[in-house]
Design a protein. Structure first.
Length: 151
């Protein structure tokens, strides 16, 4: 199999090794894996084992997940609206909680109640079961109305 030009892929994606939490090797592996290149082919091209490529990929994906969590945390800190939805709350009550907190902070939310419930349910994962909030979740709303959920 002929592999895509990894330097070109990284350049197109705007990879900057000095500004990234990913090493160049991690970025290379992710770029190739995202294009469907099998780990065995990547290992052959890099002169390493499939197990090593698997380990590099897992570390890269972990770093990406941690970066997303860090950004979410930073956004929550600076958001004008932050509220905790406590365990045992009915999911159907959450939109009104969000709208009320936003009214108090003079922030507009451009989402309907069903959209807010869907966003919260999807973002909170297993913290929501049916209509029940099973553990506390934090909802923040940025000044532009962007709603974020952290559990």
């Amino acid at each position: 199999m002929t592999l895509p030009d990894v330097d070109e892929l990284l350049e197109q994606a705007g990879f900057d090794e000095d500004a990234s939490v990913l090493t160049r090797r991690q970025a290379e592996v992710l770029a190739l894996r995202e294009r469907g290149v099998p780990q065995a082919d990547i290992a052959d091209s890099l002169g390493t084992s499939r197990a090593n490529v698997s380990s590099v990929e897992a570390s890269a994906r972990d770093n990406v997940a941690k970066s997303h969590e860090t950004v979410a945390f930073a956004e929550a800190l600076s958001a004008p609206v932050r509220l905790t939805v406590e365990a045992s709350t009915d999911l159907y009550d959450v939109p009104n909680m969000v709208y009320s907190a936003c009214d108090d902070a003079d922030v507009k939310v451009n989402r309907t109640a069903p959209e807010v419930m869907k966003l919260v349910s999807e973002a909170a994962g297993d913290a929501i079961h049916g209509r029940e909030v099973r553990r506390d979740i934090t909802i923040s709303v940025a000044s532009d109305g962007t709603v974020r959920v952290r559990d």
